[in-house]
Ligand binder design. Structure first.
Ligand code: SD4
Length: 322
C-alpha cells in the first residue's frame, strides 16, 4: 500500500505527481520532496516558496523541514533567504549526522556550499501586498498579535511508499509580517511534522506558536502508536490542544493536521472551517477534501467544482497597489 496526504488544495498538483512516482515504486522521500518543490515553485501561492509573503522588513524568509521515518533522520532550515527550494536543503541536511537544523545565515552558507539554486523569492505580487499592508497598518511593520491570515497555506505532506517507508515534509514563508528571524513550527521536529515508519506520520498547519506548544505532530504519531486510527488520533490531539490553549491562554490559534499510518489509513482534523487537504492512495485517485470542525470532531467532503474554481480564481486574481 502506498499513499500521500497533504495540507491545503495547493498540494494537488504535487500530490498527483507524487502518486505517479509511487506507482512506479519510487521512494517516499523522493516523492514527498518532488511534491513540495512543485508547491514552492508555483508563484501564485502566497505562503510557500517563490511568491511567499515577506516579513515585517519586506524580506521573504522561508522555513522547511524533512523527516525520514525509517531512520528518524530530520533536517530543517529556518528564516532562509534567496534559495529556490528550501525543502531540498532540509532534506540534504537530514542526511547529515549533526548540524542538521540550520537557521538564517548559517542555512544560506550551507545551501550555497552545496550548490543549491539561488533565487530572489519576492515576487511583484508579494511586494504589492506588503506595500498595501504597510499602508493599511499606518506604516507599523512589527505586529505582536500575528494570526494566520485567510489563505495562509503552509504545505505539509506525509507519504508512505510501497516498501513501507514514511517520510514527511513541510515548506512555508510563515506568517505575513512576522518579525525578522521568526521561526514557526514547520521546521521544528515533532511540532510541524513527524515521521516514524513503524507508526505513521503527521504534519500541521496553523498558528506556529500554538502548534509548537502541543508538539502536535508528534502527539498524533504517538496516539497512532497506541493503536488509534489516524482520524481518531488527529481529532483527539486537535481537540485536546485547542481546549488546553483556550483554558490556559484564553484562545487557541488555527490548528489543522493531517496524518497517515503505516498501513496507509489516513485522517485529518481542524479547529477551523474551510481547511482543505489532498489525499491519494493506491485505492484513491488524488482528491481534494474540505473539512470543518463539528464540536471535537472534524467532518469533510470532496471539494465541489465551484469551490475548486473559486480557489484558483482567488489565488490568481490581479493584485493592485492601493
Ligand atoms: C507558521 N505554521 O509559520 C506556519 C503558518 C501556517 O498555514 O501553517 N500557515 O506559523
Amino acid at each position: 500500500m502506498w499513499g500521500i496526504i497533504a495540507t491545503w488544495r495547493m498540494a494537488l498538483e504535487g500530490v498527483s505527481g507524487a502518486a505517479r512516482m509511487l506507482v512506479e515504486g519510487e521512494s517516499a522521500g523522493d516523492a514527498v520532496e518532488a511534491a513540495v518543490r512543485k508547491v514552492e515553485d508555483f508563484p501564485y501561492y502566497k505562503s510557500v516558496g517563490f511568491g511567499g509573503l515577506p516579513n515585517a522588513e519586506g524580506d521573504v524568509e522561508l522555513d522547511a523541514g524533512f523527516m525520514d521515518g525509517d531512520t528518524l533522520a530530520f533536517g530543517s532550515v529556518g528564516a532562509l533567504k534567496d534559495f529556490a527550494n528550501p525543502v531540498s536543503i532540509a532534506r540534504a541536511l537530514s542526511q547529515t549526522t549533526a548540524n542538521c537544523v540550520l537557521m538564517g545565515e548559517g542555512a544560506e552558507k550551507y545551501a550555497a556550499r552545496q550548490g543549491f539554486e539561488r533565487k530572489t523569492m519576492l515576487t511583484d505580487r508579494a511586494r504589492i501586498r506588503y506595500m498595501n499592508r504597510l499602508k493599511t497598518d499606518g506604516g507599523t511593520a512589527i505586529h505582536t498579535d500575528l494570526k494566520p491570515y485567510a489563505g495562509h497555506d503552509t504545505v505539509g505532506m506525509v507519504c508512505l511508499d510501497a516498501k513501507g517507508t514514511i517520510a514527511s515534509a513541510t515548506s512555508t514563508s510563515g506568517l505575513f509580517m512576522k518579525r525578522p528571524g521568526r521561526i514557526g513550527d514547520s521546521p521544528i521536529c515533532g511540532a510541524g511534522l513527524y515521521a516514524d515508519s513503524c507508526r505513521g506520520g503527521a504534519t500541521v498547519t496553523g498558528l506556529g506558536e500554538d502548534c509548537m506548544r502541543g508538539c502536535i505532530s508528534y502527539e498524533v504519531v504517538r496516539l497512532m502508536g497506541e493503536g488509534l486510527r489516524p482520524q481518531e488520533a488527529c481529532e483527539q490531539a486537535v481537540a485536546a490542544l485547542d481546549e488546553k490553549l483556550r483554558r490556559v491562554r484564553g484562545s487557541a490559534g488555527d490548528l489543522s493536521i493531517v496524518a497517515m499510518n503505516a498501513q496507509g489509513a489516513w485522517g485529518a482534523a481542524t479547529n477551523i472551517d474551510g481547511f482543505s487537504f489532498v489525499v491519494a492512495t493506491e485505492e484513491l485517485a488524488p482528491v481534494v477534501y474540505v473539512a470543518e470542525r463539528q464540536g471535537s470532531h472534524t467532518v469533510y467532503q470532496p471539494a465541489t467544482k465551484a469551490w475548486l474554481d473559486e480557489y484558483m480564481t482567488a489565488r490568481t486574481a490581479p493584485v493592485e497597489l492601493i
